[in-house]
Design a protein around this ligand. Structure first.
Ligand SMILES: [Ca+2]
Ligand SMILES: [Ca+2]
Length: 90
């Protein structure tokens, strides 16, 4: 009885631990994008212009692919979507 209980508790804590680490990994990636954006966003308008993207070769190269609404600026949403797309390719 006690043995079974231990197994169940261990299983539950392992499950919640893996859920927790997934959530924090997402938070980590999220803050990395925010940090990168802040570095590149020279005029602090929260968007990366084509000019600002020049400091980030990967962004400059993919600018048109990332700028899905074609306003000439990369928003955090567009960068996040691009990152997700890149991730799914692998
Ligand atoms: Ca900007
Ligand atoms: Ca855009």
């Amino acid at each position: 009885m006690t043995f079974h209980k231990t197994i169940i508790v261990a299983a539950i804590s392992a499950l919640s631990l893996s859920m927790l680490s997934t959530a924090s990994a997402q938070g980590f990636m999220e803050s990395r994008i925010t940090k990168k954006m802040q570095e590149a966003d020279k005029n602090k308008d929260g968007l990366i212009s084509r000019e600002e993207a020049k400091s980030m070769p990967r962004l400059e190269k993919n600018f048109d692919a990332i700028d899905t609404n074609k306003d000439g600026q990369l928003s955090k949403e567009e960068l996040t979507a691009f990152r997700d797309k890149e991730k799914n390719k692998k």
